[in-house]
Design a protein around this ligand. Structure first.
Ligand SMILES: O=C(CO)COP(=O)(O)O
Length: 233
């Protein structure tokens, strides 16, 4: 887990940007996961910004083979056993995943299942990021001890306006809510983020990472979109 230093402070200090994390969620969009993965790998190397790609579970292995940091979009709470149709944390880890989202707004879980999925991911050696709609939920899921949490207001997901611009208070309140429970939990934000300016604004509000999807997965040129995201860092 990284020490949360706002991106604005990093600008002022002129230090490396290794604390910033950009996680590109491909959802079930009809993009080429390998094109996005190779672009993300290259832009991460060139910029020294941590960038990961979260493809469909069936694409984890081939995305991981590109060398990009790879995250699953979800894992179920169960371990090995009679659980037909489940996404087993051990299997996505074996396929090459480094981490997993849990409780994305489009894959909501009950609190007990979020807890179970975090434990399953930990057993499999996966880094965890638990998503939540608002600061109150951020506090609740931070108490489950994930590596990170991400606040994503559902009404802004897939839109043109960044959460950091449309609702800066929700990011600041999420950072405070998580710190109130466990200061070691990183806080990311997402929804409507598509530019480097959006990333920098989110950092100034205290987020140490960004979740985004359509800004890259739906872009005509995913590499150019990623280069724009890291430009101010
Ligand atoms: O849900 C998101 C990332 O997990 C955000 O999606 P958009 O970047 O398309 O708003």
């Amino acid at each position: 887990m990284s020490v949360p230093i706002p991106i604005g402070n990093l600008f002022r200090r002129g230090v490396a940007t290794a604390y910033v994390f950009i996680l590109v969620n491909l959802k079930a969009y009809p993009c080429d996961p390998i094109e996005v993965a190779t672009a993300a790998r290259d832009v991460a190397e060139e910029s020294d910004v941590r960038i990961a790609v979260s493809p469909q579970a069936a694409d984890v292995a081939r995305v991981s083979e590109t060398g990009v940091e790879t995250w699953a979009q979800h894992v179920d709470p169960n371990g090995h056993g009679s659980h037909t149709g489940s996404t087993l944390a051990e299997s996505v880890a074996e396929a090459g995943a480094d981490g997993t989202l849990i409780n994305h707004s489009e894959k909501r879980l009950k609190l007990a299942d979020i807890d179970g999925s975090v434990r399953a991911a930990e057993r499999a050696g996966l880094e965890t990021c638990v998503c939540a709609n608002n600061p109150a939920q951020i506090g609740a899921v931070a108490a489950l001890g994930p590596d990170s949490v991400a606040v994503e207001p559902p009404e802004l997901i897939g839109g043109d306006v960044s959460v950091a611009t449309a609702d800066p208070g929700i990011v600041e309140d999420a950072v405070a809510a998580a710190a109130n429970v466990d200061e070691s939990v990183d806080v990311y934000c997402g929804a409507g983020i598509s530019s480097g300016e959006d990333v920098a604004t989110a950092g100034e509000l205290g987020a140490t990472g960004i979740l985004l999807a359509s800004g890259v997965a739906k872009a005509d040129d995913p590499r150019a979109a990623l280069e724009d995201l890291v430009a101010p860092l």
